[in-house]
Design a protein around this ligand. Sequence first.
Ligand code: ATP
Ligand code: MG
Length: 95
Amino acid sequence: MDNILRVENLEKYYGSKSNLTKAIDNISFDVAKKEFVAIMGASGSGKTTLLNCISTIDKVTTGHIFVGGKDITKLKGNNLNKFRREELRIYFSGF
Ligand SMILES: Nc1ncnc2c1ncn2[C@@H]1O[C@H](COP(=O)(O)OP(=O)(O)OP(=O)(O)O)[C@@H](O)[C@H]1O
Ligand SMILES: [Mg+2]
C-alpha cells in the first residue's frame, strides 16, 4: 500500500435542502507516499473544505478518506484523538 492518502467519492454539503451548497461534489484521488501535492482552484471551489475534511476539523457528508489505509471518517472519541495527536500535522498559513 503506497498511498498515504486516498479520498473516495467525497461529498461535503453545507446548509439544508432549500439552501444547499455543494462545496465538494464527489471527488476521488490518491496521494502516494513522498508525493508533494498542491491544491489549486478558484475562490469558493472547495479547497479549505477539502482540507478541513482530511484534517478531521469538519465531518464529510458522504464518502471516505483513508490515511495510511485507515478510514478516518469512521473515527470517534479516543481513536479520533489518537489520530489527531499522532498522525496529523497542520501548518496554518494565517492565525
Ligand atoms: N461553513 C460553511 N457554511 C456554508 N457554506 C460554506 C461553509 N464553508 C464554506 N462554504 C461554501 O462552500 C464553498 C467552498 O468554500 P471553501 O471555503 O472551501 O472554498 P476555497 O476554495 O477554500 O475558497 P478560498 O480560495 O476563497 O479560500 C463556497 O461556496 C463557500 O461559500
Ligand atoms: Mg480557502
